[in-house]
Ligand binder design. Structure first.
Ligand code: HAM
Length: 417
């Protein structure tokens, strides 16, 4: 029996990997312009980090982590998201860059044991950023703007930005009691998930897709915000408007992770069936202290790369084609083959993309391969050419052929670029 990949994972094959490289390159480029520096943290961490960081009552920590004991009997988990690990690294490596703030980004795999469907996988990839050390509202807006610009530059022009404020823990306690007053009489009408959420995490109830019909007249968290929290949110919105970033306020937006304070936001797009969230993030002012560091505020985002590719595909957005190979070397005869090996190495050393046949096939079959590879030129080396110190160069676009001295091949190809 042929072994198959684990459920919810994907092989990224040549042809698809180029799309990933393109997204990664775009992500790096936008981070360069916004002055975010790359950080790479381990793919597994102590389970306790996620319990403390992401939150014990979240679906992610309760049901979705890949947790295992290592041979030293320590409980480890594959990272279900990027923020907790980056916060841990920020604290452990004392990246408190005062007077500068720390602005970090990452691209990499995350793991959640979820029921796979289009846009939902057990191993998926996020491009994320985290900025530490400032409570300034314009930093929240900058993070939202970076994500917006990234989507725009890869051609996803109609990604919608939804923002909300989930306030401080005190604001939420007040809201929680108002919300429970509203929801408790409805309890029997709610779905089973919401009935259990009602006790543990009532804010998440309003996020339920199934029960939306019951929530008309529900209190809004925005009415429970303190003056300072409202002012922060107001300034985030002002900064988004100043940057010309379209957004809507969704007072029911609560994220699936516990660490958020004040700003929470999501990016929405059509094209992946039932799923419409392609990215999200927010501010997390208590998290660094919770993980054991100085009380430094943070704000960040995480964008799902698989979901982006699905939306690009649905919208017919192509990535720029990879450059064509410069030349396919066709050698006929044993001596010519050896010379071709030498030439190929020279060409590659000089920066050209070059390939040859490795199966001693006939000229016609080799020319076909050159076409399939979409090489710009075929360079043909037979015994006669070799004896004369020449090589034939055929332009595969127009069929024109010329004979040039062997030692001019690299220059000739470089000139013809
Ligand atoms: P999140 O909303 O859990 O936030 O995930 C961010 C994005 O990752 C989602 O919007 C989605 O695109 C993608 N994603 C999540 N789960 C899956 C999955 N099973 N399959 C495919 N894609 C998925 C976070 O993870 C936070 N760490 C974001 C953040 C950073 N907040 C502050 N800083």
């Amino acid at each position: 029996m042929v072994l198959q990949k684990p459920k919810g994972t994907q092989d990224l094959l040549p042809g698809t990997v180029e799309k990933w490289q393109y997204l990664e390159q775009k992500a790096r480029d936008v981070c360069r312009r916004f002055n975010y520096k790359e950080i790479r943290t381990p793919i597994f961490e102590h389970t306790e980090l996620f319990q403390r960081g992401v939150g014990e009552t979240t679906d992610i920590v309760e049901k979705e982590m890949y947790t295992f004991r290592d041979k030293g009997e320590r409980s480890m988990s594959l990272r279900p998201e990027g923020t907790a690990g980056v916060v841990r690294a920020y604290v452990e490596n004392k990246l408190y860059g005062e007077p500068e703030i720390s602005k970090l980004f990452y691209i990499g795999p995350m793991f959640r044991y979820e029921q796979p469907q289009a846009g939902r996988y057990r191993q998926f990839h996020q491009f994320g950023i985290e900025a530490f050390g400032s409570v300034d509202s314009t930093l929240d807006a900058e993070v939202i703007a970076l994500g917006y610009l990234f989507y725009k530059e890869i051609g996803l022009k109609d990604v919608r930005v939804e923002v909300n404020s989930v306030g401080t823990p005190e604001d939420r306690a007040l809201y929680r009691s108002k919300l429970l007053e509203f929801l408790t009489p409805l309890k029997d009408k709610l779905c089973r998930d919401c009935q259990s959420r009602l006790e543990r995490n009532p804010l998440r109830v309003l996020d339920c897709k199934v029960d939306q019909g019951h929530f008309e007249g529900a209190p809004s968290i925005l009415d429970s915000l303190s003056e300072a929290s409202s002012a922060h949110f107001e300034k985030v919105r002002e900064a988004l408007e100043a940057m010309g970033i379209p957004y809507s306020v969704n007072p029911r937006l609560v994220r699936g992770l516990d660490y958020y304070t004040h700003t929470a936001f999501e990016y929405k797009a059509e094209g992946i069936g039932a799923i419409d969230t392609v990215g999200g993030g927010g501010r997390y002012n208590g998290l660094v202290a919770q993980v054991g560091g100085h009380d430094q505020p943070g704000v960040g985002l995480g964008l799902g790369l698989e979901r982006i590719l699905l939306v690009m595909e649905a919208k017919g957005i192509e990535i720029p084609p990879s450059p064509q190979p410069d030349v396919y070397l066709i050698a006929l005869g044993e001596q010519a083959e050896m010379k071709a090996a030498e030439l190929l190495f020279q060409l590659r050393s000089r920066g050209l993309t070059a390939e040859k046949d490795y199966q001693s096939r006939k000229m016609k079959a080799q020319l076909k391969s050159a076409d399939r590879l979409q090489a710009r030129y075929a360079a043909i080396l037979g015994e006669d050419e070799l004896a004369a110190g020449n090589i034939s160069l055929k332009n595969l676009a127009d069929g024109q052929q010329e004979t040039i001295p062997l030692d001019r091949l690299a220059e000739a190809l470089a000139e013809k670029k």
